[in-house]
Design a protein around this ligand. Structure first.
Ligand SMILES: NC(=O)c1ccc[n+]([C@@H]2O[C@H](COP(=O)([O-])OP(=O)(O)OC[C@H]3O[C@@H](n4cnc5c(N)ncnc54)[C@H](OP(=O)(O)O)[C@@H]3O)[C@@H](O)[C@H]2O)c1
Length: 307
């Protein structure tokens, strides 16, 4: 099979495209012929070695994908060859920038016909992360106000729509070029973070969901009301420590399972979440896709159309 892989840590140019060995379905696994795979913010961090040093090369990046089951391992009874599926790789496993992947069947979900492979790949990890953060971790409720940092990104765009669906009021941050997009997906108030300091104009939030990290994450505690809670996905494995003791800092634990993927499908089918804006790449263009991803200033999702 063809794949995009790295042979060492480094800049985007270390991504190569070439022939790799076909995977085989072990017990409990299926092999999926990948039709589309998405680029996630984590990918360039893994490539650079910012998420720890890899010891085995060549290494195929990529955490989510959509495709068709082409082989079924021993013990798999709920999926069969020909099923259209999508998934997020298990924690510690990657390899979606490829024509094929072997993956635990229990974390794979069926794709509905209304979703294209490109859409399903675009929604998988971003949707899973947004659902775990907004519903499971922050437990956002109707009538609450939430500040979602980095609104135009893949995870945050999904989170904005989910928060609105739950009946919350949503404030978000983005550069001016993305404000129309965010208004269309339902944000109630949009702050141009290049022109306005959000801590000066936002206060008394019940919740914050930060997808930006760094200084933005740390300063987000200031907008919470006493008893407020904040969830962080761009500050590493731990949530930053608040400088006040009347708020809660949370690091969502984004596990992999089938029910959360089915929740993505359900939210899209209900019209609660719209499909993200997608920019398509070929696997052989992984270098270009990574340059855009690590610039951190684009809208929606970058997706490889693999076949
Ligand atoms: N399981 C997990 O824990 C998990 C899963 C998925 C993602 N993540 C992490 O979550 C983060 C978000 O990922 P993503 O893929 O959704 O998006 P991303 O590609 O990392 O971010 C892109 C967006 O960030 C916005 N942005 C950049 N700087 C900003 C700032 N200072 N204030 C407001 N917005 C800003 C940009 O919008 P503008 O152009 O408008 O600036 C752009 O739309 C990444 O760090 C990723 O690694 C974690």
């Amino acid at each position: 099979m063809k794949a995009a892989f790295i042979e060492k840590h480094g800049g985007p140019e270390v991504l190569k495209y070439g022939e790799m060995q076909d995977p085989v379905a072990a017990s409990g696994q299926v092999v999926v012929d990948i039709a589309a795979a998405s680029v996630n913010g984590a990918d360039w961090k893994v490539r650079e070695g910012k998420s720890g040093q890899l010891s085995t090369f060549p290494y195929i990046l990529g955490r989510d994908f959509s495709g068709v089951v082409s082989a079924v391992g021993v013990g798999v009874t709920d999926l069969k060859v020909g099923d259209e599926v999508f998934a997020v790789c298990d924690a510690g496993q990657e390899g979606a920038y490829a024509e094929k992947i072997a993956i635990k069947a229990s974390i794979v979900a069926k794709k509905t016909e209304s979703l294209s492979h490109v859409d399903a790949a675009a929604l998988a990890l971003a949707g899973l992360t947004a659902i775990v953060s907004i519903e499971d971790t922050l437990k956002l409720k109707k009538g609450e106000t939430i500040l979602i940092q980095g609104g135009a990104g893949g995870v945050a765009s999904f989170a904005i729509q989910l928060a609105k669906h739950l009946g919350a009021r949503v404030i978000t941050t983005a550069s001016a070029a993305n404000h129309d997009y965010l208004r269309k997906i339902g944000a109630d108030e949009i702050i141009d973070y290049n022109a306005v300091d959000f801590t000066k104009v936002v206060k008394n939030c019940d919740a914050v969901f930060d997808t930006v990290g760094g200084d933005v994450a740390q300063r987000s505690f200031a907008v919470l009301k006493p008893g407020g809670r904040a969830a962080f996905i761009a500050s590493g494995a731990q949530a930053p420590k608040p400088e006040r003791d009347d708020v809660t800092a949370l690091r969502p634990s984004v596990g992999r399972d089938r029910p959360h993927l089915e929740r993505i499908v359900e939210l899209v089918a209900a019209g609660a979440v719209r499909l993200p804006e997608v920019t398509l790449y070929q696997l052989s263009d992984a270098v270009a896709a990574h340059r855009v991803s690590e610039s951190r200033h684009f809208r929606g999702k970058l997706v490889f159309k693999v076949r």
